[in-house]
Design a protein around this ligand. Structure first.
Ligand SMILES: Cc1ncc(C[n+]2csc(CCOP(=O)(O)OP(=O)(O)O)c2C)c(N)n1
Length: 310
């Protein structure tokens, strides 16, 4: 069932406000280590997760808070995990860049560029063998398309006819380098190179993303193939929490804010809808953040738990 734009907007706003809250938490010293925010890219996880099966395995990059939240992880658990608390997610062991939620079939983030793709391919082979109709989706950035293991996985997914969706979030930059200065051909061109179906979509429109991912999923299963989706979007925060973004041309951020998924949805919804959804999400996230700050740090006695198998 397709979600309404108002439902998508609510989901996207939850991701945006969680990440804005985390930015405040960072400046207050509540977060150790760096974080990679997906501000501006919310329509991609929200649109995709609205049409995937709840048990389709998901893998994201270090920029994966949106995927976890769209897959049903609660803001309190996610924010507590990022703050290194003894959260219900990973007990503060994963932090921002490595969190996972196996019960939500979110196999987690990965900080090594492109490394989620061969992991997803392994999951996809397992799903194919189980024959239960699950299709894994792995999300990467456009810069990751230049990693060797991504190409090896695409080749293998094509030759072995493995149903899987490779979502490329083209956000205009790979770290601090503009995509066009780094990559010879667009991500979508690699679909033809590996003889697999490929689709481009408007990554700032959750409804466009949902319909493209639904089509990709259907084709992946019907034709037993890996499918590439390139979603065009823009990152509106720094690459990571310490990025001063001196590489951006003047006026770029302002312009991209005006066409971000939230601004676009707000133009299409009524003022009443926007006001009502915003008020409810603002108070929801404030409540979740307050609850997250109440969760204690993990106890030092448990430092070696989960390190060795018994
Ligand atoms: C194998 C590897 N090489 C280099 C890095 C350092 N690094 C971290 S993010 C990044 C750029 C990735 O860009 P992209 O794939 O477009 O994703 P985005 O950060 O834009 O979401 C690089 C080179 C890394 N983490 N892993």
């Amino acid at each position: 069932m397709q979600l309404s734009l108002a439902d998508h907007y609510r989901e996207m706003l939850i991701i945006r406000l969680v990440e804005e809250q985390l930015m405040v938490a960072m400046t207050s010293g509540l977060v150790s280590g760096s974080t990679h925010l997906c501000i501006g890219q919310e329509a991609i996880p929200v649109g995709a997760c609205s049409v995937l099966r709840k048990d389709d395995p998901l893998i994201a990059t270090y920029r994966g808070h949106g995927w976890a939240l769209a897959r049903g992880v609660s803001p309190v658990d996610l924010m507590a995990e990022v703050m290194g608390r003894d959260s219900a997610l990973n007990g503060g062991r994963a932090g921002s860049a490595y969190l996972s939620a196996p019960l939500n079939h979110f196999y987690g983030e990965n900080s090594i560029v492109g490394a989620g793709v061969p992991v997803a391919l392994g999951l996809a082979i397992a799903c194919q063998r189980a024959g239960d109709g699950r299709v894994p989706l792995v999300s990467i950035g456009d810069g990751a398309m230049n990693q060797g293991n991504v190409h090896e996985s695409l080749n293998m997914g094509s030759v072995l006819e493995i149903p899987m969706i490779l979502m490329v979030e083209n956000n205009g930059y790979a770290e601090m380098t503009p995509s066009h200065a780094l990559t010879a051909v667009p991500a979508i061109a690699r679909a033809a190179a590996y003889d697999i179906p490929g689709f481009e979509t408007d990554g700032n429109d959750p409804i466009a993303v949902a319909s493209t991912v639904a089509k990709a999923r259907e084709i992946a299963l019907a034709q037993s193939t890996t499918v590439l989706v390139e979603a065009h979007t823009h990152r509106l925060a720094g690459h990571y929490s310490g990025d001063v973004q001196a590489y951006r041309p003047a006026g770029e951020l302002q312009e991209k804010h005006e066409s971000c998924p939230l601004a676009r949805a707000e133009e299409q919804l009524t003022q009443d809808e926007v006001t009502q959804i915003r008020a409810s999400v603002v108070s929801y996230i404030a409540h979740e953040f307050a609850a997250a700050t109440q969760i204690p740090a993990p106890s030092p006695e448990g430092a070696f738990d989960y390190v060795f198998s018994s």
